[in-house]
Design a protein around this ligand. Structure first.
Ligand SMILES: Nc1ncnc2c1ncn2[C@@H]1O[C@H](COP(=O)(O)OP(=O)(O)OP(=O)(O)O)[C@@H](O)[C@H]1O
Length: 275
């Protein structure tokens, strides 16, 4: 088992309950897409799995460790096995891309190596290889503040590829990429996880991308699991119930949510299948 959440309740700092009662589990090696309308709770769920937020009640086990993991050493060891791709990677502008990628393994390296790598990159070849996978090898020594939003997202993905985490959590990992690059990048994450037997959980706004690249789809609405099904069992009725509150056409790669207008559903339209 990669993770298991039982009746988890998550409240944010202001007391708002984003996840009233979530139960969800995944075996090692599963690739799961989280979909659902804005504010449904996808990021909140990913934050629980990534140990960034602790449940108020219920039980959670991630990579064999019961949450909240204690003491500090155990929490650090657990976090070193979890890789997170953020929608907007929190990379210092002055940092070089090579250093940002190598930071993926800071939690796995001994302290002396981590410190030394901040002064002089310890594995330039490894960082270059990871960047090649997202077609950014030419930016190896660029500063992060010299990159576009989409390039920064790809640096964040190179970083998690370099980390080789057992559990990869990706929160809107391709929101700044064009449709072709978005599909190729999600496929890269799925293929990498499958090749290593790692678990991947990704939240995606583009329903077509989720359905074409992931074998398992979890629909989330108002902090609850609306459905948890193999991709081929997710039909238009379920999708329209999921997104009903938005009163919009389903968000797709070609037509992200901000542009989607009321109209005919387009679930079956755009993408070639990833696998
Ligand atoms: N730090 C916070 N403090 C208080 N409430 C929060 C906080 N973060 C999120 N929420 C609330 O929790 C709910 C779920 O938010 P969350 O970010 O998990 O949704 P989401 O499905 O990821 O949304 P989106 O697709 O827009 O990113 C929302 O109602 C949101 O307003």
């Amino acid at each position: 088992m990669s993770f298991q959440l039982n009746c988890v309740e998550l409240a944010h700092a202001d007391g708002f309950v984003a996840l009233p009662d979530v139960s969800l589990q995944a075996q090692a090696g599963e690739c799961v897409a989280l979909i659902g309308p804005s504010g449904a709770g996808k990021t909140s769920l990913i934050s629980v799995l990534g140990t960034a937020l602790a449940p108020r009640s219920g039980s959670a086990t991630v990579l064999g460790a019961a949450l909240p993991a204690a003491p500090d050493a155990a929490r650090r060891a657990l976090r070193a096995r979890i890789g997170t791709v953020h929608q907007a990677p929190p990379l210092p502008g002055r940092q070089r891309v090579v250093t940002a990628v190598l930071a993926g393994r800071l939690g796995q390296w001994p302290a002396w190596k981590s410190l030394a790598s901040l002064a002089y990159p310890m594995d330039i070849a490894g960082a270059r290889a990871a960047l090649e996978r997202v077609d950014l090898a030419d930016k190896l020594f660029a500063r992060c503040d010299a990159l576009s939003g989409g390039q920064l997202q790809r640096v964040g993905i190179a970083r998690v590829l370099y980390q080789q985490a057992d559990l990869v959590l990706a929160d809107e990992p391709v929101s700044a990429l064009d449709p072709v690059l978005a599909q190729a990048t999600v496929r890269l994450l799925v293929d990498d996880a499958a090749a290593r037997g790692a678990t991947l959980v990704a939240s995606l706004h583009a329903v077509d991308l989720a359905l074409s690249c992931f074998p398992r789809i979890v629909g989330i609405k108002a902090g609850r699991i609306a459905f948890d099904l193999p991709a081929h069992e997710v039909n238009d009725t379920l999708l329209h119930l999921l997104y009903a509150s938005e009163g919009q056409e389903l968000p797709t790669l070609a037509k992200p949510r901000s542009q989607a207008l009321a109209g005919t559903p387009s679930r079956t339209a755009p993408l070639a299948v990833c696998q």
